[in-house]
Design a binder for this molecule. Sequence first.
Ligand code: ZN
Length: 356
Amino acid sequence: MTRLRGKVSWFGGPNDTGVSPDEGLAFIYDVDDAPHLFLDEQPPGTTGLARRLAADSAFYIACRWNYDVTSKTELLQTLARVRAIKTGRQALAYPADWGPHQDTDRLADISPALMTALGIETDDEVEVTFPVQQGVPAMPYESIVISSGHGKYVRGATGIIDEVDEARRVVERVAEMLEARGVDVDVFHDDTSQTQSENLDRIVSYHNSRERQLDVSVHFNAYVETTKPMGCEVLFVSQSALAGELSSAIAEAGDLIDRGAKKRTDLAFLNGTDMPSVLIETAFVDSTADADAYQSCFDEICESIATVLGGKGEMVTEPPPGEVTEPPPVKPPPTIRIDVEVIGDITIIVNGVPVS
Ligand SMILES: [Zn+2]
C-alpha cells in the first residue's frame, strides 16, 4: 500500500473547460467499462469521455499511476482512499484518469463531488492511500497530539475512580500503542495551571504549538452515583464520523454502553484547537458498572482507540512524491525436477509423508 500527500485540484464533467470536448481518459475507453462514473447522456457539444464524467455525483481521482506496477486494467478494479488534511474527512474514490501533469505541482485531481464531500478547495492538501478495498479500516493518522483533560491542580470529576488520574493513564497507554504503529505522538498533561481558564488555554496552546493531523482530548464523564452502566461518548465539532467510530470501538472493547458521537459547540478544546479534534468521554467515574468495566478492560479500551486512530499496526512506507509503488511481487518457488531410476521397492517421502 502506498500513501502520498500533496495538493489537489478537480477535473472532468460538462463544466471542465480545461479539457477539450473530445478528450478521452487514459485507461477507460468506453462508458460500459465504468458506467458508475459517467452521465447517462453525452453532454451537448462534446464527444469525449472526460467531459461525460459524472462530476457532481461520482467520486473519482486521477494520479500519476505507475502502469508498470498497477496495470490499466487493475486500476479499474481498485479504489483509492482520499483524506483531506484540513477537514480530516475521507472517502473512497475510483481511479479514472492519469494526471495531473508534473508541472502543476499537484498530487491529484478529483471530482468536484469528492471535493465538496471532503470540504476542501483547489490547492488544499490531501493524502491518497492506494490501493484499498471497500471495508478496510480507516486511513491511519500519521501524527497526533493527545492530552488528558483538566490538570494536576485543576481536578476533574471524582467518583469510584478519579477523572484526571485515569485520563492520564489512558493517554499514556494510547500514546505507546500509537507509537508502536508508527504514528508520531505528542502527549500533554497540565501540571501547572491553577485555574480552569488557565488550564484550558494551556492545553489548547500546547496542541496548537505542534505539527499534527489530529487533536485528541481524554476525559471521563460524571453524573450521579449509580451502580448502573452509563457508557462512553465522543464529542466533536466537525469530526462526526471519527467520533462515532471511536465511541463504538471503545464501547465494544470495554463492554460499555455506546452513547455515540455528540456534537458540542461550547467546548474550549474542540473550538480552540486548529486541527480536526475529538474529545473522548471514556466512561462515567461515578458508575460502579462503568468503573469496573473500564478497570478490567483498560488495555482493550486503549487498544481500540489506537486502532481507530493509528490502524491495525501495519507500517506504511513513503515513496518519493509523484510515484505510486507497491512491494515487489512475491516470487513463486522454483520448480524442482527430480529424475530417479527405480530398482526394486522404494518409498518416496515428501514432507514426511510417504507417497506411492
Ligand atoms: Zn472532564
